[in-house]
Design a protein around this ligand. Sequence first.
Ligand code: UDP
Length: 406
Amino acid sequence: MHQKFRLVKLEDYEDYVGAKTIERIMRKAEPLRDLHVAHVNSTYYGGGVAELLASFSLLMNSVGIKTGWRVIQGSPDFFSTTKKMHNALQGGDINLSRMKKKIYEDVIHENAIRNHLDHDVVVIHDPQPLSMIEHYRKKGPWIWRCHVELSNPDPDLWNFLVPFVEKYDAVVFTLEEYKKKLNTPQVFFMPAIDPFKIKNRELSEAEINNRLEHYDIPTDLPIVAQISRFDRWKDPEGVIEAFKIARKEVDCTLVLLGNVATDDPEGAEVYESLLDCREERIIILSRQDSALVNALQRQAAVIVQKSIREGFGLTVAEAMWKATPVIGAKVGGICHQIKDGENGFLVSSVEETAKRMVQVIGDKQLRQRLGKAARETVRKQFLLTRLLEQYLDMFNAFETDYRLKV
Ligand code: UDP
């Protein structure tokens, strides 16, 4: 291929994970060479799944597995239904009417017709494309990779989904605590980040300043930032409340940066509902700019992720990689990234969030200690090489009848 288009390769991770890990992963990839794999999800950008697939599908290609990425299409009705399903899987309410089920199943049927999934392995991400499996004769294992926080799903909805789930040969959940009563084997992989992409690579001070200036984000005071899709589950109101308490004790600027995923019709409404909270020192921005995400995560004195529910929370690992301390809500996957007091802080209320903001902003040594430990946590546990190895282990563990040896 043309040199101009050099892609990140597994070997590029050697400085971070060591030669032994790279060799081990290469060995595991060898028997899978030329396997044809498809990942399917419901949006090209916005949200952690698209973020992950953009890098991960390429890294799988770099070890010789022919990996593609398909995105389903749907009408606004469809995405409004699937967003309600997403909310209900995380513990929200849903009126699961016959009409909603019909919209869901019909649109997935249409996508199944269009997609011709005759791959050796098919990985379906999240509930939106789940029922595609109904419409294919399998040529190899099908895996359902559910990224949602699943500790307390709406029972009616879950019962509606189970017959689809049990057609799969394996299910991947983010955490063991999301385990369900299912006939299908279940494995657990946490997501991971790509340290080489624009969002995560090193930036010079000039590059950081340039990005922040471009959006008129002042750097004269310490910055507190939350970077998340505009979604109630991310509790942007709670972040603003905590900031207002904290700034009584310490001068700082709050930045809420968010984007809206194409499969999330509620985003624009949430964004608009926040606009009245804007002030000179409360900046609320809706932009899709990866370099800005990177610059903010590096410049901030502290990053907040005050989610009410969070399957994993890639934004936490992204900020930790930049050695920036994170104050994260004590929920879902955030608890598996932050060790309270060691590499960040876990919080359970607005008041606690405010208290930690004041503490972290006021103590440079604490920031450095937490930040250093945070970066090391990500290096050891949350780089894409770890996830790649888990996928390879799973692919290698399928028997010829697609049964997973677990
Ligand atoms: N993100 C972004 N721009 C924004 C807000 C978020 O690029 O304005 C990215 C963020 O950097 C992360 C992903 O979107 O990579 C969000 O993933 P996460 O797992 O934190 O949450 P999700 O949106 O999947 O619930």
